[in-house]
Design a protein. Structure first.
Lengths: 318, 313
C-alpha cells in the first residue's frame, strides 16, 4: 500500500445495542502513516468503533476496512495485521521485560531470527536496554507504557490502535511516548489514538471527533480551532470569578462562560461583537477588570464548542 | 499565619530505603486552590495520605483547619474530605444511596443530608440521575458523584488525588467549575495532578520531584522564573523545526507544545529574525514566529527534565 492511501476506512458504520445506537452512520478515513486522533467525551462511541475496527465486534451495518481488509468478513486476518494497546497496558507484571516481549511476539508467531531482531528493536525503541531482566512490576509507569507499546507492535503491524495510552502517566513520560508515536508514523505505521488530553490531540495529523455516536468533526487540529467556534473567544481576568461569571451570563451577546485558571473564557454569540460593554457591566457591579481581550481558541475550546452544550448522556456502553 | 488552612512542617516519610517525602514545608490559605504537581513517584500521593490522617509520618507536623493531624488523625476527618484516585463508589447502589452512605459515615442527619445533596447535585447538574445506579454512570459523572459524596459533610478542606485522570474535557471543565465555586465559599482545595494545564488553573502550585518541593508559587510567578525568553514557532512541521533549531546559538532548550515548538532563548528580539531567516532559507513552512508567555509545561520540562535524565532509573 502506498503512502497517502487510506489504511483505515469507515463508511456509514452503524452499531446498535438493543435500542441504543452507539455508532450512528459514521464515515471517515485514516491515511497510511498518519497519526490519527480519535476524540470524544466518555460514552461517545469511540471504543465501540475501535472494537469494530479491531475485529472484536460485528457492525450492525456499514463498512469498516483496515489495510484494505473488510473487518466484518475477515476479523482474524485483521487482527494479525494490527497492534492494540489499551490504557490498562495488559502486561504480565510477574514476567521480566524480555519475557513480556517474547510472550506477545509468540502470540503472533514471531520467531527465530526475526524474534531476536524484534526484541532488540523494541528494547531500543522503548529505551529499555539494560532492563531486559527487570521484573515488569518494578518499572515506573512511563516505562511500562513504553514496554506495552513495544509488545503491541512486535509483529510489525501496519496499523496500531492506542486507546487512551497516556491516561495517568506523568508529563515527561507522555512526551517521550509521543516521540515514539511519531517515530512509528515516520516509519509508515498508521497510528490510531484516542485521548482526553487536548495538548496531545494537537500532536495528531488529523482528528475525528465523536459525540453521541455521531462524527461531529473531521479535520486537522488547526482547521478545527479555526472553524469550530462561531463567535470570538474572549479572555477576561478580574476579581471574584464566581460572581463575575453570574453577571456575564446575564449578557445577551455571550454564548457561554467558563472558568479557566485565574480567568474566564467567554464565547460570544458572533464574531467581532464589541467587548467593551462586558467591562462596563462588571465595573458597574464593582468588579475590577484587569484584562479583557480576544484570544485564539485552543483545541479544548473547539472540543467544548462542538460537544458541550447538551447535558451529558448517561452512557451504559462506551 | 493564623489564616492557613493547611500547614506542613518538616514532613518526611520513608518506605524502606526509599525517601518518599523529604522534609516538606508548605502552607495553604483558606479558600485557596493549591496544586501539587510532579512526575510519578514524586511523593504526591504520600503527602495527601498523611494529610488525610490515613498514613503515619516519620517526622514533621501537619495542621489542618486547626487540627493536629499527626496527634489526632481521627479528629481531622470531620474537617476534611479526601478523594483518592479511585473513590469508593458503590456501583450497585444508586446515586442517592451512595450519598446516603457517606452521609451516615459522617453522621449527617436526614434533613441536612437532603438539603445538602439537593444543593450539590444541582451544582453539578445531576438532579435527574438520583435513582440511577452508580455503575451505569459515565466516567465524568462518576467523578462528579464522588465529589458530591466527598462534600456531603461540608468539609473545610478538600484533598484530591489526581481527580481528573481519564475524564473528558467537558467533564473536566464542569469539575473545575465546581472546585471554583467551592473555593469561593471558603473551602480550601489541595489537588495533585499530572496535567500541567490543570496546574495553570490553580491559585498556587508546588512542584515536587522525588519527595522534595522544588518550587512553590503562583503559576505566573513560577513561569517568570524561566531565564531569558520563550519563542514559539507554530507550524505543521513543528517536530522538524525543533530538530533543526535545537542547539542553535542562543537556544538553551526546546519543547514541543501542541502544534508549536517552544525555544528557550537568551534574547528574543535578536533570535526571532535569525530563526525566520533559517526557516525561510531552508524551505520550512510555519504559521507564526513570536515571543510568548511561557507555560507551566515549559517550566516543568525545564525544571524536572534535567533531573530526570541525570538520574539512573
Amino acid at each position: 500500500m502506498s503512502i497517502g492511501a487510506n489504511s483505515v476506512e469507515v463508511e456509514d458504520l452503524v452499531k446498535r445495542f438493543g435500542s441504543f445506537t452507539a455508532v450512528n452512520h459514521v464515515t471517515f478515513q485514516a491515511r497510511t502513516g498518519e497519526v490519527f486522533g480519535f476524540l470524544g467525551p466518555n460514552g461517545s462511541g469511540k471504543s465501540t468503533t475501535i472494537r469494530i475496527l479491531c475485529g472484536l465486534l460485528q457492525p450492525t451495518s456499514g463498512l469498516a476496512r483496515v489495510s484494505g481488509i473488510d473487518v466484518a468478513k475477515n476479523p482474524e486476518v485483521v487482527r494479525k495485521n494490527i497492534g492494540y494497546m489499551s490504557q490498562k497496558f495488559s502486561l504480565y507484571n510477574d514476567l521480566t521485560v524480555v519475557e513480556n516481549l517474547r510472550f506477545f511476539a509468540g502470540l503472533y508467531g514471531v520467531e527465530g531470527d526475526r524474534l531476536k531482531q524484534r526484541i532488540a528493536w523494541a528494547l531500543r525503541m522503548a529505551n529499555l536496554e539494560g532492563r531486559e531482566s527487570s521484573r515488569t512490576a518494578t518499572l515506573p509507569g512511563g516505562w511500562k507504557q513504553r514496554l506495552a507499546l513495544g509488545c503491541a507492535v512486535m509483529h510489525q503491524p501496519s496499523v496500531v490502535f492506542l486507546d487512551e495510552p497516556t491516561s495517568g502517566v506523568d508529563p515527561l513520560s507522555r512526551r517521550q511516548f509521543w516521540e515514539l508515536i511519531h517515530q512509528m508514523s515516520g516509519e509508515g505505521v498508521t497510528v490510531f489514538v484516542t485521548t482526553h488530553y487536548m495538548d496531545e490531540a494537537e500532536y495528531c495529523n488529523r482528528l475525528a471527533l465523536m459525540y453521541r455516536g455521531k462524527l461531529v468533526a473531521f479535520a486537522t487540529p488547526s482547521e478545527l480551532k479555526r472553524t469550530s467556534m462561531k463567535g470570538d473567544l474572549i479572555l477576561l481576568e478580574c476579581e471574584s470569578l464566581g460572581r463575575a461569571i453570574q453577571l456575564i451570563r446575564e449578557i445577551d451577546e455571550v454564548r457561554e462562560a467558563a472558568v479557566f485558571g485565574n480567568a474566564l473564557h467567554l464565547v460570544m454569540k458572533e464574531s467581532s461583537a464589541p467587548i467593551a460593554p462586558l467591562r462596563v457591566h462588571l465595573e458597574a457591579h464593582g468588579i475590577h477588570v484587569t484584562r479583557l481581550e480576544k484570544i485564539r481558541p485552543s483545541l479544548e475550546d473547539a472540543f467544548v464548542a462542538l460537544t458541550g452544550h447538551a447535558p451529558e448522556p448517561a452512557a451504559e456502553s462506551a | 499565619m493564623p489564616n492557613d488552612a493547611i500547614q506542613v512542617r518538616g514532613l518526611s516519610k520513608r518506605f524502606g530505603d526509599l525517601v518518599a517525602v523529604d522534609d516538606l514545608n508548605l502552607e495553604v490559605s483558606a479558600g485557596e486552590i493549591f496544586g501539587l504537581v510532579g512526575p510519578d513517584g514524586a511523593g504526591k500521593t504520600a503527602v495527601l495520605r498523611m494529610m488525610a490522617g490515613i498514613m503515619s509520618a516519620d517526622a514533621g507536623a501537619i495542621t489542618i483547619a486547626g487540627c493536629d493531624v499527626i496527634r489526632h488523625p481521627e479528629a481531622v476527618k470531620f474537617q476534611i474530605s479526601y478523594m483518592p484516585q479511585r473513590f469508593g463508589l458503590y456501583e450497585d447502589l444508586t446515586v442517592d444511596e451512595n450519598i446516603r452512605f457517606y452521609a451516615d459515615v459522617f453522621r449527617i442527619n436526614r434533613q441536612q443530608r437532603e438539603q445538602r445533596s439537593v444543593e450539590l447535585l444541582r451544582s453539578c447538574e445531576m438532579e435527574d440521575f438520583r435513582q440511577r445506579l452508580a455503575g451505569k454512570l459515565s466516567g465524568g459523572m462518576k467523578q462528579k458523584l464522588g465529589l458530591v459524596c466527598a462534600l456531603i459533610h461540608t468539609p473545610k478542606v478538600l484533598l484530591l488525588d489526581e481527580p481528573t485522570n481519564g475524564v473528558d474535557p467537558i467533564s473536566r471543565r464542569e469539575f473545575w467549575a465546581m472546585l471554583y465555586a467551592l473555593a469561593e465559599q471558603g473551602v480550601t482545595i489541595l489537588s495533585s495532578t499530572a496535567y500541567l494545564d490543570e496546574a495553570e488553573r490553580c491559585n498556587r502550585v508546588a512542584l515536587m520531584d522525588r519527595g522534595r518541593l522544588l518550587l512553590c508559587d503562583t503559576p505566573s510567578r513560577l513561569k517568570a522564573l524561566i531565564p531569558g525568553a520563550v519563542v514559539a514557532i507554530t507550524s505543521p512541521q513543528a517536530r522538524e523545526i525543533r530538530d533543526r533549531l535545537s542547539g542553535s546559538e542562543g537556544v538553551s532548550g526546546v519543547v514541543l507544545v501542541g502544534d508549536a515548538v517552544h525555544l528557550f532563548v537568551d534574547d528574543a528580539p535578536r533570535r526571532v529574525p535569525e530563526f525566520r531567516g533559517t526557516l525561510d532559507q531552508e524551505g520550512f513552512s510555519y504559521v507564526e514566529i513570536a515571543q510568548v508567555q511561557p507555560t507551566m509545561e515549559d517550566l516543568f520540562v525545564r525544571t524536572v527534565a534535567g533531573r530526570e535524565l541525570a538520574a539512573t532509573p
